[in-house]
Design a protein around this ligand. Structure first.
Ligand SMILES: Cc1cc2nc3c(=O)[nH]c(=O)nc-3n(C[C@H](O)[C@H](O)[C@H](O)COP(=O)(O)OP(=O)(O)OC[C@H]3O[C@@H](n4cnc5c(N)ncnc54)[C@H](O)[C@@H]3O)c2cc1C
Length: 389
C-alpha cells in the first residue's frame, strides 16, 4: 500500500494536522493509521466531563468513518505500527507494510506508572485516553454502588482538574503529592496557597510532602500506605503523576530521541538525509528542547507542518501560550516563562484573586500566573510575554 502523507496517531496532533493539510490542499493523499478506534475526541474534556454532564459516548465527537469522509482520507483503526524503515520509506504494521512519501509521527505520550507495592497496585487507574476514561467511569459506578472515595496520586494540573470534577460529581477526594504544594511546576508559593484554599473550600483534601508506597486490596476498598506510615482508605485510586512521550517506536527505528522524538524547526526528524521525510508533532515531540504536551503548541505545530507538507517550507514559532487549569473552584491561568529564564516571582495576593509575575533581571515580566478574579487579564497579558520559540 502506498500512502502520500502517512500519519500515525489519531489524537489531537494527528487529526489537527490532517485538518490543516486538507484546508490547504484538497487533493493530497492522506492516510492515517491509529492503534485506537480512529475517531476524534477532545482529550481535555476528560477531566471536566462530570461537571459538563457528559457521558463517555457524548465525548466521542466524530466517529472514524465520519472523520475519514470529512477529511477525504483513509483511516486504518486498531492498527499498530511496529517498525519504520526510513531507507525504503516503509512502515510495518499489524495489517502489512505501508510505503510513504511523507511520514508523520503523532504518537502521543503514556502515563508514568509509579512502582507501588501491594496487591492493589495493578488496579490503580490513569486517564490519558477515552478508553481509560471509560474504564474510570465504570469504576466510579452509579450512585447506588456506594463508591464514594477517590484517592488521586499527583497534585499537578491533571490531578487537580480530576479532583475538582470528582467533587462536583459528589465524590470524596484526597490528593497526595510528594511536593509541598499543588501545581508545583506551575505556581509560585502564595498563588499555590490561594489555590489550595479554594480547592479545600470545595471539599478537596490534600496531603502534601506525602507519597503513596503501598496499595492493598481489602474486601470493599483499597488501603493506601504513605511514606510516613499512615494509612488511607479509598474505593478508587487514580494516578496522575505525569506523562512520558511515546518514543519506543522511533528509538527502535534508529530515529533521534531525547525526552521526545527530536525534530528540527521544520518539525522534521531526518533533515538533510537522502530519504523520504519523517516528521513528528504532538506530545511525542521535542522541538528546540521543548516537549509541551498541550493543545496550543499542537495547533501551532499542525499549522506549520501542514504548510510544509503543502509545499511551503515553514518554520515553527511559539508565541507565549497560557495554560488554563480547568478547576472552577479556583479559575487559574498560567503562562510559564520561556524555558531556562532567570528571574523571580512577584506575587500580589488579594481577597478574590492572585496576580503573579515572573520577572527577569531587567524588571520585565517573562511569565505570569492569574487566579480567581485576576484571570480576566489573561489575554492582554499573554500578548506582552516573550515568545517561547
Ligand atoms: C485528562 C487530560 C486533560 C487535559 N487537559 C488539557 C487542557 O485543558 N489544555 C491543554 O492544552 N492540554 C490538555 N491536556 C493535554 C492534551 O490533551 C494533549 O497534549 C493532547 O491531547 C495530545 O495529543 P496527541 O495527539 O499528541 O497524543 P494522543 O492523544 O496520545 O494520541 C496519540 C495517538 O497515537 C496512536 N499511537 C501511538 N503509538 C502508535 C503506534 N505504534 N501505532 C499506531 N498508532 C499509535 C494512539 O493510538 C493515539 O491515536 C490534557 C490531557 C489529559 C490526559
Amino acid at each position: 500500500m502506498n500512502a502520500g502523507v502517512l500519519i500515525v496517531g489519531s489524537g489531537m496532533a494527528g487529526v489537527s494536522l490532517a485538518r490543516e493539510l486538507r484546508k490547504l490542499d484538497a487533493n493530497i493523499g492522506i492516510t492515517l493509521i491509529s492503534a485506537d478506534a480512529g475517531g476524534f475526541y477532545s482529550k481535555p474534556n476528560l477531566s471536566n466531563a462530570l461537571a459538563a454532564g457528559k457521558s463517555v459516548e457524548q465525548l466521542m465527537m466524530t466517529q472514524r468513518d465520519a472523520l475519514a469522509a470529512q477529511l477525504k482520507m483513509q483511516i486504518h483503526s486498531d492498527v499498530q505500527v511496529t517498525a519504520i524503515d526510513a531507507q525504503s520509506a516503509t512502515v510495518a504494521t499489524s495489517i502489512g507494510d505501508f510505503e510513504y512519501q511523507h511520514l508523520v509521527l503523532a504518537l502521543g505520550a503514556r502515563p508514568i506508572r509509579l512502582s507501588l507495592a501491594g496487591d492493589g497496585a495493578e488496579d490503580v487507574l490513569s486517564v490519558n485516553h477515552l478508553d481509560h476514561y471509560a474504564e474510570f467511569r465504570r469504576a466510579l459506578g452509579g450512585k447506588s454502588d456506594g463508591k464514594k472515595r477517590v484517592a488521586i496520586l499527583g497534585a499537578g494540573l491533571i490531578g487537580c482538574e480530576f479532583a475538582n470534577d470528582l467533587r462536583h460529581g459528589g465524590f470524596e477526594v484526597e490528593v497526595f503529592d510528594l511536593a509541598p504544594q499543588a501545581l508545583g511546576r506551575l505556581l509560585p508559593t502564595h498563588a499555590a496557597a490561594f489555590f489550595q484554599q479554594r480547592m479545600e473550600n470545595a471539599g478537596v483534601k490534600f496531603h502534601f510532602n506525602t507519597g503513596i508506597a503501598h496499595v492493598e486490596k481489602s474486601a470493599h476498598h483499597y488501603r493506601l500506605t504513605d511514606n510516613h506510615g499512615a494509612s488511607h482508605n479509598a474505593d478508587i485510586v487514580l494516578s496522575a503523576i505525569g506523562l512520558i512521550p511515546e518514543t519506543a517506536l522511533a528509538k527502535a527505528s534508529g530515529l533521534p530521541v531525547n525526552r521526545g522524538i527530536v525534530v528540527n524547526g521544520h518539525l522534521q526528524v531526518n533533515a538533510g538525509k537522502d530519504q523520504a521525510p519523517i516528521y513528528a508533532l504532538g506530545d511525542c515531540t521535542e522541538v528546540g528542547g521543548l516537549n509541551l504536551p498541550f493543545i496550543l503548541p499542537i495547533m501551532a505545530q499542525a499549522r506549520a507542518m501542514a504548510k510544509t507538507l503543502a509545499g511551503t517550507l515553514t518554520e515553527l514559532h511559539y508565541a507565549a501560550m497560557p495554560i488554563v487549569v480547568k478547576t472552577p473552584a479556583c479559575p487559574t491561568v498560567v503562562c510559564p516563562p520561556p524555558q531556562g529564564s532567570n528571574g523571580v516571582w512577584q506575587e500580589e495576593v488579594g481577597a478574590d484573586g492572585v496576580r503573579a509575575f515572573f520577572v527577569g533581571a531587567d524588571a520585565k515580566p517573562l511569565g505570569f500566573a492569574l487566579l480567581g478574579s485576576a484571570t480576566t487579564e489573561r489575554q492582554a497579558l499573554a500578548a506582552q510575554m516573550p515568545a517561547w520559540l
